[in-house]
Design a protein around this ligand. Structure first.
Ligand code: NAD
Length: 359
């Protein structure tokens, strides 16, 4: 997207956005953007990202881009949610106050359920509690509030389901016993993934740029430690990126020796063409938003009548296995890379919902 004159409406038209709201509360220092992409399946739901953007245009672009990503994530996951995202301009460590969050909560309340909020980079569960004081339109609340609590264990569980489906395709069995897995980043999701992988009998190697964290996790789960610069290049069955995005790029791609890439990190492909190159190299890619939807799926469960039900929510997360199978089948049927098959699956579900409404 360019930032030339008129970029907002042009971009919204190009990708069929529904709404873009600018929220300002001068006295409390709030400057926020709420982008709604597509509400065919349900209200626009997504996290609140608080970040110090260089320009307002950057913040708007990020909100729009992330909201569209949520449309696809929800659609492919089987949840009845649409794509939305909120971006707050500011440094969460210095500028995030109760007043700012409550002012944002009032804006969300005025949207009357068009946008449903959850945590993202720069916001946490405590912030959701504060928002909840002003609006019920918050999908993630702590366990003590009857909500799902931290999303990362469910996200890790979903990643493992996606990984099993990939292994079934490549090796004929979804079993993790004896499979080698390289986990990049052992933060919230990565550490839970390591625990679940070890329990399933996988041979795990980890790396994290925070050395003490990596050593701690390696000792706790008795797994091997690698250098952060070489983790993607290990000769393993699965490379599991759980740190940053753009890890499949021109530099890393020729070094990859895995058969499967399946991890939680968002936007793993630096560019779409890297997904094409993976397919050409016969490396099966579990598209990020398919396999990392577990946390979002448990959040969505809170909206059912009667509120959150962990058993039902985790059953929905376990279906990431079937979703990944569908992505693989579609990719083979249409001879397209899996990242493109994931988009197609999401687009097909939205088209189906439009058809149902038209009846
Ligand atoms: P986190 O910040 O808790 O953990 C990330 C870890 O990666 C940290 O320990 C960090 O030190 C490490 N790291 C950063 N750069 C690295 C590098 N180059 N090499 C090795 N390690 C590196 O974040 P998280 O919540 O665990 O999320 C991980 C990824 O999954 C992110 O991309 C996030 O957007 C995505 N994701 C998370 C969730 C969730 O439920 N938390 C849901 C969907 C997607």
């Amino acid at each position: 997207m360019t930032t030339s004159k008129g970029f907002i409406f042009d971009f919204m038209e190009q990708y069929d956005y529904e709404n873009l709201f600018l929220c300002q509360e001068k006295s409390l220092g709030l400057k926020a953007i709420i982008a709604i992409h597509d509400t065919t399946l349900g209200p626009g739901a997504g996290g609140i990202r608080m970040w110090t953007y260089e320009t307002e245009a950057d913040a708007i672009k990020d909100a729009l881009r992330l909201a569209r990503g949520m449309t696809y994530k929800w659609a492919a996951s089987g949840a009845n949610m649409g794509g939305g995202k909120c971006v707050v301009i500011g440094d969460p460590r210095r500028e995030k106050t109760e007043g700012l969050l409550r002012a944002l909560g009032r804006f969300i309340q005025r949207l009357d359920g068009l946008f449903l909020a959850g945590p993202d980079v720069g916001t946490n569960m405590r912030d959701m509690e504060i928002l909840r004081m002003e609006t019920p339109h918050v999908v993630f609340t702590p366990e003590s509030w009857g909500g799902p609590g931290e999303p990362s264990p469910a996200t890790a569980f979903g990643v493992i389901q996606g990984m099993r489906a990939c292994l079934k395709e490549v090796y004929g069995s979804p079993d993790l016993q004896g499979r080698s897995v390289a986990v990049q980043g052992v933060g919230e999701v990565g550490e839970h993934a390591v625990k679940q992988l070890v329990e399933a009998g996988a041979l795990v190697t980890i790396a994290d740029i925070v050395r003490e964290k990596a050593e701690h996790v390696a000792a706790q789960y008795e797994v091997k430690l690698a250098h952060p610069e070489e983790i993607h290049a290990l000769n393993v069955d699965v490379y599991c990126p759980c740190a940053l995005g753009a890890v499949v790029n021109d530099q890393t791609l020729p070094e990859l020796r895995c058969k499967v890439i399946c991890g939680s990190a968002n936007n793993q492909l630096a560019e779409d063409r890297h997904g094409d190159l993976l397919a050409r190299r016969n490396i099966l890619y579990g598209p990020d938003y398919i396999v990392n939807a577990g946390g979002a799926i448990v959040g969505a469960d809170s909206l059912y009548p009667g509120g959150f039900n962990r058993k039902r929510a985790m059953e929905a997360v376990s279906r990431i296995y079937e979703t990944m199978e569908k992505v693989i089948a579609l990719s083979k049927e249409q001879s397209i890379p899996t990242y493109r098959a994931a988009d197609l699956l999401a687009e097909q579900r939205i088209a189906m919902a439009r058809q149902v409404r038209a009846v």
